[in-house]
Design a protein around this ligand. Structure first.
Ligand code: HEM
Length: 135
């Protein structure tokens, strides 16, 4: 049995009605019942997530600091993840940089530079030939 300050996903799932509405955000459990009628985003979005992990939805909206302060006041308990529960989504770490294929870029620049040198060499050679022909 989970202690008073720790709830499992199974416990949270039991609170999925408008007057008893828990969600999980960042591994913390919040009771949204008192706020649902005032939510600027409407009650439907909250009802859809009742009793589940709302972290992605909450973060995707880009809630303000004020929204986060309201959320913190609705804190009920920490989430206790059990084996088999989905892994937490981490919204705090910097996004993974998109890997650029450096190797192929360098090769491309090399081809352009070498191509340019060869072309200018050929041009100068031809100019020389032309001058010879004129003389
Ligand atoms: C602890 C839970 C939540 C709190 C305290 C909260 C609070 C707020 C607040 C204060 C706003 C006004 C804009 C802002 O200050 O960012 C807002 C907007 C909004 N919220 Fe939430 N929210 C919560 C959860 C959610 C969830 C789970 C969703 C699901 C998608 C959601 C969807 C939205 C949307 C769509 C808006 C934009 C409304 C608009 O600008 O028309 N919110 N929320």
């Amino acid at each position: 049995m989970a202690s008073a300050t720790e709830l499992t996903f199974k416990d949270v799932a039991k609170h999925s009605t408008k007057s008893d509405l828990y969600v999980v955000i960042d591994d913390k459990v919040y009771n949204l019942s008192a706020f649902i009628d005032e939510h600027p985003g409407g009650e439907e979005v909250m009802m859809d997530l009742a009793g589940t992990d709302a972290t992605d939805a909450f973060e995707d909206v880009g809630h303000s600091d004020e929204a986060r302060e309201i959320r913190d006041k609705l804190f009920v308990a920490d989430l206790k993840r059990m084996p088999g529960d989905p892994k937490p989504t981490d919204h705090h770490s910097a996004p993974t940089p998109v890997e650029t294929p450096r190797g192929s870029n360098t090769a491309l620049y090399a081809v352009i530079i070498i191509g340019g040198i060869v072309a200018s060499g050929v041009y100068q050679y031809l100019q020389g030939q032309q001058e010879k022909n004129v003389l």
